[in-house]
Design a protein around this ligand. Structure first.
Ligand SMILES: [Zn+2]
Length: 172
């Protein structure tokens, strides 16, 4: 006969609610890092230097001198020339990602200054359809490359032939 009785487990143990998006578990070292700390460290883990994904807007903010970015081609929209039909149409996919990211396409481009020098800039955003390169990306990249300013291009995926051609023209 037992002297002590094991207490019955209460089922009313509430799961702790943690606000979404405040903490990130680092895929490099498994440490939990606060968003504020990541934002202050250009989205690099302070424990292991793992680089978290970064939005095009954040990347531009980190690259350019403060308040110098002027967006161009924000009115460009991708064409559905292939009339793609899948689980969702291309137009539906674009709309879904536009609503989710606040971007009109996978690239954010325009002009700004770095250390006081005027530059053209085009930055891809992976969160928009995995930085799929449609006609907007090609047109924005081509438009930026036709200026006399140095170009800063930040890709999040492999550049399509049109962009590679622009890069070749510009480096020649
Ligand atoms: Zn880490």
């Amino acid at each position: 006969m037992a002297i002590f009785k094991r207490p019955a487990l209460k089922e009313s143990r509430k799961k702790r609610e943690m606000p979404q998006g405040l903490w990130q578990k680092c895929p490099g070292c498994s440490e939990v890092v606060h968003e504020i700390e990541l934002a202050g460290n250009q989205r690099v883990c302070p424990h292991c230097d793992h680089h978290f994904s970064q939005s095009a807007k954040d990347r531009i903010e980190h690259l350019l001198d403060p308040d110098t970015f002027v967006e161009r081609d924000a009115n460009l929209r991708s064409e559905d020339t292939l009339q793609f039909q899948g689980v969702a149409t291309y137009k539906d996919r674009l709309k879904k990602y536009q609503d989710a990211t606040g971007l009109t396409d996978a690239v954010l481009s325009g002009y700004g200054m770095i250390e006081g020098y005027r530059v053209a800039i085009a930055v891809m955003d992976f969160s928009f359809l995995a930085a799929t390169m449609g006609s907007v990306v090609a047109n924005a990249s081509r438009a930026r490359s036709s200026t006399a300013r140095p170009i800063v291009a930040r890709s999040s995926s492999s550049p399509p032939p049109e962009v590679r051609a622009c890069m070749k023209e510009c480096s020649a």
